[in-house]
Design a protein around this ligand. Structure first.
Ligand code: SAH
Ligand code: F3S
Length: 481
């Protein structure tokens, strides 16, 4: 499995209050990372309180909100194209209002109102509680903008409304923002400084999900290993905390343990790990708790120390390999996946070969690979020339993808002839007679439905495979079902 684009999208699929016939209809669409999808569920919750029903029909919307991504230029272009589609709807529904949420809102601020005439409202990632007020502004004929980033907003007190849910797996946000300042990355500018959410509210959300029948959660953050709760406040201000706060602080491995123990039958995943912050404690905690899935998404970005340094990734490739060795010795069957950027400024053929060598060393289960896209305002955008020609970026990217694909096949084949627990997520896209689920290592598994149902944990014998999908038959329920 590999992916080179981030332009995934999803519309809302929930009627919040079918009795409220005069409620206005919200159509919400999300692009980009899992955090955006999770945030849209917070937005749906805030607006249900303000009397909005969500709809899946663009043509019946009174309010369109688009939760946007700025990570690469292509992501922004996709959204701008989408805005022209909304414009067509507006022709038949002149009262329709359009709001831009998320990273593009934060990056472009009120410039977006000038650049895209269709947009009435621009709302950054920390300002969603202000949406009911901003909508009132817009209703009275004014444009509305709130792009203020917060020191403490985590939306920890809001119970997200699950949109487009399969009823089986859900995201739970644990941190917001990022302090890492990788030189290529726009996230610290669009999502602000890093802050962690109260573990109590995380546990409540997880317990609630279990009560509602969910079987798997993914703890979400830009850098989950950096999670640190000391009573609230920014991560970078932890040094100023009292001795008492420091002594009782909860780090990521403790949080993971708390969640694993609170719901021992629930599968637990997390994303994303950052090599410079991932501790042996986290790896040991994974090994100690059967319900924490054996998969780590561990972006490497490049195999060249010179490029890693220029990217302000605060580790060498040798340190990264040591971390991989530790993971493999503590959790021998742990799946590991990557993010890689090719064609970062000044990248030479030698640097590119070092990235291919890193792929060979780890033989990742899967990965997400991208050509470098210069982002205005970032350190690399300001200080470095985007000097690797497009054609070379493209060629290097295809070499990386080809090698990753061959490793993906090797990793998938390693599961053949084993019996593994699979959580059924829903019907397979290819056949209505087959289920699609994942094993603990996140490999997709399909198998005949028989009498099983979505949400069941089933032991499956792996009979054959394609490069990224295992094809099996069920042999019975898992003891964890
Ligand atoms: N820590 C984050 C990373 C967010 S961005 C997380 O939770 O996933 C996801 C990936 O996009 C990064 O790991 C990086 O590989 C890629 N990326 C970020 N900025 C990019 C840019 N300017 N050009 C190309 N790829 C980029
Ligand atoms: Fe971006 Fe680096 Fe943070 S990739 S999200 S600045 S860890």
């Amino acid at each position: 499995m590999e992916k080179t684009i981030d332009e995934t999208k999803q519309g809302a699929a929930l009627t919040l209050d079918s009795n409220a016939t005069n409620a206005r209809k919200l159509y919400i669409e999300s692009y980009g990372c899992a955090m955006n999808f999770a945030d849209s569920e917070v937005v749906a919750s805030i607006l249900s309180e303000a009397g909005f029903n969500t709809t899946q029909e663009l043509n019946e919307a009174d309010l369109i909100l688009v939760n946007t991504c700025s990570i690469r230029d292509k992501a922004e272009q996709t959204i701008r194209k989408r805005l022209t589609e909304y414009n067509k709807v507006k022709k038949t529904r002149p009262h329709l209002k359009v709001g831009v949420l998320g990273c593009m809102a934060e990056r472009l601020k009120d410039k977006l109102l000038d650049e895209e005439k269709i947009v009435d409202m621009v709302v950054g990632p920390d300002a969603y509680k202000d949406l009911p007020n901003l909508i009132k502004e817009v209703d009275s004929g004014r444009d509305a903008v709130n792009v203020i980033l917060s020191k403490d907003e985590t939306y920890g007190d809001i119970a997200p409304v699950r949109l487009n849910t399969n009823g089986v797996t859900a995201f739970v946000s644990i941190t917001r923002g990022c302090d890492n300042m990788c030189t290529f990355c726009v996230v610290p500018f669009t999502r602000g400084r890093e802050r962690s959410r109260d573990p109590q509210s995380i546990l409540e959300e997880v317990n609630d999900l279990r009560k509602n029948g969910f079987k798997e959660i993914t703890l979400l953050g830009q850098n989950v290993d950096s999670y640190l709760w000391y009573g609230g406040g920014l991560k970078k201000e932890f040094e100023k905390a009292s001795e008492m706060q420091k002594a009782t602080a909860v780090d990521f491995s403790s949080l993971l343990k708390m969640v694993a123990l609170a719901q021992p039958k629930m599968r637990i995943r997390f994303s994303t790990s950052n090599p410079q912050d991932m501790t042996l404690d986290v790896i040991r905690t994974m090994a100690e708790h059967k319900n924490i899935c054996n998969h780590i998404h561990l972006p490497v970005q490049s195999g060249s120390n010179r490029i890693l340094k220029a990217m302000n990734r605060l580790h060498t490739i040798e340190e990264y390999f040591t971390l991989i060795d530790n993971i493999r010795s503590i959790i021998p069957n742990c799946a590991i996946s990557q993010d890689i950027i090719t064609g970062f400024p000044t990248e030479t053929e030698e640097d590119h070969q070092a990235t291919l060598a890193a792929l060979e060393y780890v033989k990742y289960d899967f990965g997400f690979m991208y050509a470098y896209s210069e982002r205005p305002g970032t350190m690399a955008g300001r200080k470095m020339e985007d000097d690797v020609p497009q054609a070379i970026k493209k060629r290097r990217l295809s070499e990386i993808i080809a090698l990753q694909r061959s490793h993906c096949k090797i990793r998938t084949e390693q599961h053949l002839n084993t019996i593994q627990e699979v959580l059924i997520e829903g019907t397979s896209k290819k056949s209505k007679d087959e289920w699609m689920g994942k094993n603990a290592q996140s490999t997709v598994v399909v198998f005949p439905k028989e009498n099983y149902k979505a949400g069941d944990l089933v032991n499956v014998k792996m009979n054959s495979c394609t490069s990224a999908t295992l094809i099996g038959t069920a042999v019975g329920y898992s003891e964890n079902n």
